[in-house]
Design a binder for this molecule. Sequence first.
Ligand code: NAG
Length: 301
Amino acid sequence: MSSPCPSFRYRTLLELALIASAIYIFLLGAPGLSNVLGSGKTAVPTPKVKQPLTKPDSLVFPDPDLKCPEHAYNVHVYSTKPLVIYIDDFLSAEEADSLVELSSTSWQPSTIFHAGAETHDPSVRNSDKALLPRTRLTQCVEARALAFQGWPANTFVERLWAQRYNASGHYARHYDWSGGGRAGRRESTFMVYLAGGGEGFAGGGTEFPMLERRAEGGWCEFVECEGAGEGTVFKVRKGAAVFWRNFDDEGRGVRETVHAALPVGEGVKVGLNIWSWWQRGLEVGDLVGGGEEEEGKKEEL
Ligand SMILES: *[C@@H]1O[C@H](CO)[C@@H](O)[C@H](O)[C@H]1NC(C)=O
């Protein structure tokens, strides 16, 4: 007569292992797993740098009473998995010029986050950055970015920063994940071109080494079709934006979103980052009443 005990014990162990791996994958976001998967043929950074899981204190939401002018742009879906969209005329030429003008007084060297600390390393990132004041225009751009995504709940934008790349200016391959996880994360990115492209400008495209190049269907207008390489390089076009989602539906960072700002060969490129941040449970009302800085910002409207 065999007792049911051995099989019972075996099942318990198996269940334990299943529960443990479920905890590993869903609760901890499978730390280490993406590093293992990351050893493919394309040289991309291993997504292991974790920043603190705190919400940025720079989250903003456009004034609900804001009246913004009508604006039309052209949407071109490049990839649905991951979601990558090229938006031509996301900003008008005048809007782009105005944002460059707003940046002009506050340029400072760009920094990177390494092992949780903010540092300046021109070999990784060589550019200047400027925090944009929250004028009516900047808030209308914030509103346009959130409207594009359907005003998702609990979603805000981080204060807007412009980035200036002179000749040889660049930003090495990186992720925008910002250590996000199940409680809050940098859900999406708009990389908007405020200046650059056209005559007297070369290089500076936004490279996605793991995103397969599409040369058919008219895409050569927006992506580099000449030269070797399997990845995608979006061309700099003033007013255009590249939009992508950094996370999948389960809240895991998408490896194919690794990207770089290629070196500028000639001319000056100015880019604008619009990052949408989702924070579990955070409501618009939680942001208002924010002290002197908010007061100062209002005056600039
Ligand atoms: C870019 O050019 C501007 C204007 O010439 C200069 O002030 C700035 O320091 C340069 N930035 C970098 C990162 O080289």
